[in-house]
Write a protein that binds this ligand. Sequence first.
Ligand code: LLP
Length: 418
Amino acid sequence: MSDFHYQNGQLMAEQSSLTEIAKAAGTPTYVYSKKSLEQNYLAYRDALDIDSNTNHLVCFSVKANSNIGVLSVLAKLGSGFDIVSAGELERVLLAGGDPAKIVFSGIAKSTSEIQRALEVGVHCFNVESVTELDRIAEVSSNMGCTAPISIRVNPDVDAKTHPYISTGLKENKFGIDIEQALQVYQYASTLNSLRIVGIDCHIGSQLTTLTPFNDSLTRLLRLVDQLEKIGISLQHIDVGGGLGVCYQNEQPPSPQEYVASLIEAMKGRTQSLIMEPGRSIAANAGVLITRVDTIKENPHKRFAIIDAAMNDMIRPALYDAWLNILPVVQAPQGPLKNYDVVGPVCETGDFMGKDRELAIAEGDLLCVCSAGAYGFVMSSNYNSRVRASEIIVDGDKFHFVRDRETMEDLVRGERTID
Ligand code: LLP
């Protein structure tokens, strides 16, 4: 939250007051700090640059925050991108991202997605099944080119995170079982329109210790050595994303610590490293500003009903995620009371935070912290609510990078019948 701080009792994003931003943009609105985004990306890049012998690549995972304004901030620094759909690909291109620095992940890419990615020349496809391997081979052969591929291996490692965001266990749908991977590489090497360039894995998200990452890399490197023995040499090792952030009191390793452990494990190897961080770049670079609409008490509970709901930020409802909620203006003498901070959507699961001590009144602004990753991107129009606006703060200036949706946007493409 370093670029979000109080100054004279007012919560600021860099040098911009969130009260002023709410006045200009209305609520709810997402606010991102350009400086935080840059610093969080550079933490990875600079740590990787310490190993100056090899060209490593940080590919921001677009699923965490796909606003083209946000992507353009990272593209200007030379960031690569990890994408999972044709839509994310077009966003990266619109943001000025370099296609040669894109890794195309995702569990089942369609023929048209593969075509488009080959047309623009992505760095590689992270392949998740033999069916997909065949599909990529066929499309590239039809197009008269070769497709760079990397196999996403499932290393069977427990990421010890929320079950919905664990991906590296053998019962998960992701990747190719590490026991079968050698065979799949051998098969891939027989397909002329494919060029094997790397190996990939991603074991889960919001990891707060390095042990699962280390275990997974050890397994991958064992496979890399076996491949080398049969004449398949790789140019890169993609370790995926997954480094956690502090939402409440978690103490995840820093990107520097994580990268140092990777470089240590890679000593003496020629392959470059690719990383796909999402959350650790964007989460704490963004907040969601919302207004208290109604305060409602019953004999058991006190509710603060805010104008942001689960359609704007679904993480509390979906993963029981804890997000800090701060007043935008500190009320020095107001009595703290206990609230469940909830949205106006017709679901009991529509809460932003439970049992929060706040000194608030109707009309006050609240700031939902750590909302820059998996926030707006997971929003929806549920209850026919328009989606929020998005803003990037740059010092004392702020830019609207997405307008709040309108009622016309809400029904675009729909029609009545006679
Ligand atoms: N690479 C791949 C292949 C992924 O599937 C993911 C995230 C990442 C990279 C980026 O991981 P990160 O560095 O952000 O942990 N909606 C959930 C998180 C889902 C993560 C899905 N995959 C949440 O809000 O917690």
